[in-house]
Write a protein that binds this ligand. Structure first.
Ligand code: ZN
Length: 395
């Protein structure tokens, strides 16, 4: 939060610099006048802080006419997009790498499919390092402020050790450390669903909400939670393993060893097999099943209906437990939601307690499949947004 008392000490100065930089990073170019109003600081303070952010090469100023021709020109504070981070999303089927500028725009982008059997940690580090070299090579003259990575697993807060990523076959994988050593840069790693929740909260379907659940399905199911505007992490950073809540006591055995976990009922491959398709086709195969269902294929329609039903049943548990304002659905859950919203809603409403159900909004992720990637960028920007004066000077 901004501090309303001007620049008295270094601590205050830093808090105010942070407030301005976060505002323009999140909301884009903002006039000095608007910053003065929003942050409760006086004009000369905003002016001095903006000059400091310019000297750090984090913002530039443009003159903009406000209020048409007769309006006074106003100084527009613009985030400098030549400050970039590298965002990485290590999915089960593919790796995505992007350069994201201060202000949130995605520039260079690369995707590389990777198959089962290519998930060895060293192999993934090699692939990611090559892709990062590629995107940075395509963007000379930009200042790289950090690297953020989303992985589908439990990541230890503090050192980024990937404790458990079942769909990659990783247990206690020192991925973050290895990548950081390879690149010679600091790397921050987070759980993909937590980062998806963050991204949707900052730039997507959950803007303006403070109690947010983000659920995303591919092979497994990820859950990311913001409660009261803060990430729900648990004591060690592993909260939100919603894929392994039991929804069907007579259900099939899960990779985790338990029976009837949610991901054994709604994972991407569950839908594909139920529809008589081969597992492993990813989002295009899910889209094909949904199209076939809509085209009248009975087996596909039954599969979509069944998975939609189990989606609603799982969301019901989560809504009852957390009373969110909004549930944002990503991955194949977004596809199922768009295709069978009524079916999901029926199962959700059947026995959800009335008040939490009445309050909650359910919607597909606005950033589509980019939510974890954009969240990884936000993770990489976080140290600079928190302490602008610590930004490396060389551009
Ligand atoms: Zn399980």
């Amino acid at each position: 939060m901004p501090t309303p008392t001007g620049v008295g000490t270094e601590e205050l100065r830093r808090a105010n610099l942070r407030a301005i930089l976060q505002t323009v990073h999140t909301h884009g170019p903002t006039t000095r006048a608007a910053l003065t109003k929003q942050l409760g600081l006086n004009r000369s303070t905003i002016g001095a802080l903006t000059v400091e952010l310019q000297s750090l090469a984090l913002v530039s100023e443009e003159t903009a006419a406000v209020g048409g021709r007769s309006g006074r020109p106003s100084h527009l504070v613009v985030p400098r997009e030549d400050n970039v981070v590298v965002a990485v999303d290590v999915g089960v089927d593919r790796i995505s790498v992007a350069l994201v500028g201060l202000g949130g725009e995605v520039f260079e982008r690369r995707h590389r499919p990777h198959q089962r059997g290519e998930h060895d940690v060293d192999h993934v580090v090699d692939s990611v390092a090559q892709m990062i070299g590629d995107v940075l090579g395509g963007a000379p003259g930009r200042r790289c402020l950090g690297v953020g990575v989303a992985v589908p697993g439990a990541v230890r807060a503090g050192d980024g050790l990937v404790r458990f990523a079942p769909n990659l076959g990783w247990v206690d994988a020192p991925f973050t450390d290895l990548l950081s050593k390879r690149l010679g840069k600091p790397v921050s790693t987070g759980n993909d669903a937590n980062l998806g929740a963050l991204a949707e909260h900052v730039r997507g379907a959950a803007v303006g909400y403070s109690d947010v659940v983000y659920l995303s399905a591919s092979v497994g199911i990820g859950g990311g939670f913001l409660m009261g505007g803060r990430p729900l992490t648990g004591s060690s950073g592993y909260a939100g393993e919603v894929g392994h809540m039991q929804v069907d006591s007579g259900g099939p055995v899960c990779r985790c060893g338990a029976f009837g976990c949610w991901e054994t009922k709604i994972g991407e491959n569950v839908l594909l097999r139920r529809a008589g398709r081969l597992a492993g086709g990813g989002p295009p195969a899910v889209a094909e099943v949904i199209a076939a269902a809509q085209g009248g294929e009975v087996r596909a329609a039954e599969a979509v209906a069944e998975v939609a039903e189990w989606c609603g049943i799982g969301i019901r548990v989560i809504v009852n437990l957390f009373n969110p304002e909004v549930v944002v659905l990503g991955g194949s859950l977004a596809q199922i939601w768009r295709a069978a919203e009524d079916r999901v809603n029926d199962a959700l409403s059947r026995s959800t307690m009335m008040s939490p159900r009445e309050d909650v909004v359910i919607r597909a992720a606005a950033l589509h499949d980019d939510s974890p990637l954009i969240g990884a960028a936000e993770l990489a920007f976080a140290p600079v947004l928190d302490h602008p004066q610590a930004v490396p000077h060389a551009v």
